[in-house]
Design a protein around this ligand. Structure first.
Ligand SMILES: Cc1ncc(COP(=O)(O)O)c(C=O)c1O
Length: 451
């Protein structure tokens, strides 16, 4: 009987004990981040007020591998290694000769890949004597991951949550509270930036940009507090490479190599996580394709400009060389909130610019059709963000069918969609619409609550 294995499962002994760093392997040099005031390359001491030295070092490290501390591995063991599935039922439904594999990161306690870096960040901050971490969150995916990580390392956690989300989408907020995080609707009266907004507009619904300003200010004005970011930066991409490192072992168990590796793309961390270990092969001549998938409504990689821009709306962060729609761009209210970011990780931007990775964009209706087809064949209800990767994987499989050729497809299922039922409800009610990207729509819209 043919081998019909569905799940490729590693033991705790197989957990990688290092993260892989692609910086030293790059063929072309990266442009450095610039100080927002001087436009000179930023120095480590510029970042020291809000980040621990260990993470600042990882941001620029030229070591090809970085050991994962034992304490971090101990926490990873709560849900890692994560399973790799062969999507046999989806393959049959598509009647495709393609083999489709997916790595499932939704088994983490927070339900996504985000704890892979939250845990590492909490650990290094704790080690350097920090007592509390501050961060922002949209609908709470990142905030809940950091609240969990802080709890496990005995740190306090303060989350500034976009005000409309705080009131309209309460379940991630309650999850954060369950793990002991304190959470404030942003703008709040706890910071100058929050108070300034409230003075102008007491009913301000908030935005991710405002929440970032509050979290950064909180960290910068309290010596015992640091700031934590859930995507974009090199060290965040680094921590996520545990995903791809596990995949490599699991694909070996399956006896196959991917022709294409796919990840959805918000700031770039889950894509980097699954793709970077394969990028090293590609830099050495492997033909593997690496594909980032973003929303048409917020198409930084496919429609953005490659230039220096701020990471936040308020313009407080260093200038990063990246594909960007402009830091004032406010994306439409698509349901994949975690993909509503104006920029892209500088590392991923650099790789796209030089042709090492490719990018594709989809409208949300096509994404939800793929999500539902996946749920009805494979069972798992995916996060709307992750469903972008599913859409691309299905299209790759359909193309393989047209060509009558086998293709091995690997994608990252970055999270489950259990907190996104209202998005599915809108889809079934025919209320979801596609939004075309409008470059001039730098106007403030009602900020959304999904991210
Ligand atoms: C499930 C899920 N996938 C993907 C993303 C996008 O982020 P990134 O591009 O950093 O992986 C998010 C962000 O919130 C998310 O929650």
């Amino acid at each position: 009987m043919a081998d019909e294995t569905v799940k490729f499962v590693l033991t705790e002994k197989d957990l990688p004990d290092y993260w892989v760093n692609v910086l030293p392997a790059l063929k072309e040099p990266m442009d450095p981040p610039l100080h927002p005031a001087t436009r000179e390359p930023i120095k480590p001491e510029d970042l020291a007020p809000i980040f621990p030295m260990a993470l600042i070092e990882q941001e620029v490290s030229m070591k090809p591998q970085i050991d994962i501390p034992g304490e971090v591995i101990d926490v990873y063991k709560l849900w890692r290694p994560t399973p790799l599935f062969r999507a046999r039922r989806l393959e049959r439904a598509l009647d495709t000769p393609a083999h489709i594999y997916y790595k499932y990161e939704g088994v983490s306690p927070a339900g996504s890949h985000k704890p892979n870096t939250a845990v590492a960040q909490a650990y290094y901050n704790k080690k350097e004597g920090i007592r509390r971490l501050a961060t922002e969150t949209g609908a709470g995916q990142w905030g809940s991951a950091l609240a969990l990580a802080c709890r496990l390392f005995g740190l306090a956690c303060t989350v500034y949550m976009v005000k409309v989300s705080y009131f309209q989408k309460p379940y991630r907020r309650i999850m954060i509270e369950t793990w002991g995080g304190e959470i404030y609707p942003s703008p709040s009266d706890r910071t100058q930036s929050g108070r300034a907004i409230l003075e102008q507009d007491p009913d301000s619904p908030g935005s991710l940009g405002i929440a970032i300003s509050e979290a950064v200010e909180d960290a910068a004005t309290h010596p015992d507090t640091n700031y934590s970011l859930g995507s974009v930066l090199n060290h965040v991409c680094l921590h996520q490479t545990i995903i791809g490192l596990e995949c490599k072992k699991q694909m070996e168990m399956a006896g196959e190599q991917p022709d294409v590796v796919i990840g959805c793309f918000g700031g770039g961390s889950n894509f980097a996580g699954i793709a970077f270990p394969y990028l090293l092969d590609k830099l050495n001549g492997s033909p593997v394709r690496l594909m980032a998938v973003e929303p048409e409504a917020c198409p930084s990689l496919t429609r953005g400009r490659y230039e220096y821009d701020h990471g936040d709306t308020a313009g407080l962060t260093p200038l990063l060389k990246m594909y960007t729609l402009g830091h004032k761009f406010i994306p439409p209210k698509i349901h994949a909130g975690g993909l509503r970011y104006h920029g892209a990780a500088p590392l991923c931007s650099h790789l796209l610019k030089h042709g090492w990775i490719e990018a594709r964009a989809y409208h949300q209706l096509a994404v939800f059709e793929a999500a539902v087809q996946f749920a009805r064949t494979e069972g798992i209800v995916p996060a709307p963000e992750s469903a972008h990767a599913i859409r691309a994987a299905i299209d790759e499989a359909l193309q393989a069918r047209e060509e009558g050729r086998k293709r091995v497809i690997l994608f990252n299922l970055s999270g489950h969609g259990h907190f996104d039922m209202s998005a599915y409800e809108s889809f079934f009610a025919g209320k979801l619409e596609n939004y075309a990207y409008q470059p001039e729509s730098g106007r403030p819209q009602q900020p959304d609550c999904q991210g």
